[in-house]
Design a protein around this ligand. Structure first.
Ligand SMILES: Nc1ncnc2c1ncn2[C@@H]1O[C@H](COP(=O)(O)OP(=O)(O)OP(=O)(O)O)[C@@H](O)[C@H]1O
Ligand SMILES: CC(C)(CO)[C@@H](O)C(=O)NCCC(=O)O
Length: 331
């Protein structure tokens, strides 16, 4: 089946993505995109999707059918091609070792745009391919410096900014994964306590596919003055996805999630935000607005949005979190 690819609407893109015929992306409406699923079977049930979605994210089986089945089919082609290439290279080099290199998918986007829901749905769909690949999912939250360090360095209002992550640990983790090492440990994070969990690690043992999700996964590092080449996180990716939406929508999703968390998670005395469960609704809303504007929106403008042109695929969501367009990088 062929679908005419339209060039991306240059008004939607930063300068370096504009350029009429030279746009690096094909852009499809959700309906056009959904036809690429061909005969990919729907392997998730409505209940399972309900379980996988985040608070405030109304994704449903219709969205899985419209958007995720085509994506799963596309990724399947990429994984298969990379496995064939990997085998051929080993044969070419007369290597007989059994080390396997996981296929790594990066998922980027703003705080509260819905990355974790997308990552969980994709992980489940990919694990249900007929080949039953082993799929693992990691978020970069665990690589944040603990609050004790952020507080000491006066960086609590920089949480999520590049300097708040232990980027060295993150790159060492990915490099061990790509080298096919067994039992690679990743630190974990609790949104409840708003901190890295001491001594609790997620162990990743030679998956076929690793989904790596976080606001910073497409960011580069500043080149050091000594001219040494430093790797960037996305050097380890085989495919990357950026989840996008209008700023006003993400803002409203962030604030409404915060207000709902007040009714749920913040009620726990363990919650870092426990104090906001008891203040007035207006005062809580003002706190959420402050966190959004002073931290997350600044970070979106300065560090997250500029990485969008690096993505292989951009999912553009509209109101209700439904995907409206899909932009796929031309090869
Ligand atoms: N303060 C909090 N207390 C408890 N849970 C939270 C808190 N903030 C976020 N969460 C939950 O943690 C998960 C990840 O939140 P995070 O802010 O990392 O979301 P995200 O990955 O940026 O957003 P999304 O997954 O919506 O893109 C979400 O399911 C969210 O509902
Ligand atoms: C942990 C991050 C950075 C990313 O998931 C984010 O959820 C966060 O905590 N941002 C800091 C500001 C805030 O509390 O929303």
């Amino acid at each position: 089946m062929t679908i005419a690819a339209k060039d991306i609407d240059s008004g939607d893109l930063p300068g370096n993505l504009q350029g009429g015929d030279y746009s690096p992306y094909h852009v499809f409406s959700a309906e056009e995109w959904s036809r690429f699923r061909a005969d990919t079977p729907l392997t998730l049930t409505a209940d399972e999707v309900q379980r996988l979605r985040s608070l405030n994210d109304p994704v449903d089986l219709g969205e899985v059918r419209r958007i995720y089945l085509s994506l799963s089919r596309l990724l399947s082609a990429h994984v298969e091609a990379s496995q064939i290439l990997f085998q051929q290279r080993k044969r070419f080099l007369s290597m007989s070792d059994e080390t396997k290199t996981p296929f790594v998918i990066g998922i980027a986007g703003s705080v509260a745009v819905g990355k974790s829901t997308t990552a969980r749905i994709l992980a489940e769909l990919l694990a249900r391919w007929p080949s039953s690949p082993k799929v693992d999912l990691i978020t970069t939250d665990g690589f944040l410096y603990p609050n004790a360090i952020l507080q000491r360095e006066n960086m609590m209002d920089r949480k999520g900014f590049p300097e708040s992550y232990d980027i060295g640990a993150l790159l060492r983790f990915l490099s061990a994964i790509k080298a096919g090492q067994p039992n690679v440990k990743a630190p974990t994070y609790s949104h409840l306590t708003y901190d890295v969990i001491p001594d609790r690690f997620q162990t990743i043992d030679r998956p076929d596919i690793l989904i790596f999700e976080g606001i910073n996964v497409l960011q580069s590092r500043n080149l050091p003055a000594d001219g040494k080449i430093v790797p960037m996180v996305s050097d380890f990716f085989d495919f990357s996805i950026y989840i996008d939406a209008e700023e006003s929508l993400i803002h409203s999703w962030y604030v409404s999630r915060f207000m709902r968390l007040r009714e749920t998670a913040f009620k726990s005395p363990q919650s870092f935000f426990h104090r906001y469960a008891t203040i007035s609704e207006d005062a809580a809303r003002a706190i959420a607005e402050g966190l959004w504007h002073n931290i997350n929106l600044k970070n979106l403008h300065q560090n997250i949005l500029p990485t969008r042109p690096r993505a292989d695929l951009i999912l553009q969501k509209g109101p209700n979190h439904l995907t409206e367009t899909v932009a796929l990088r031309k090869l």
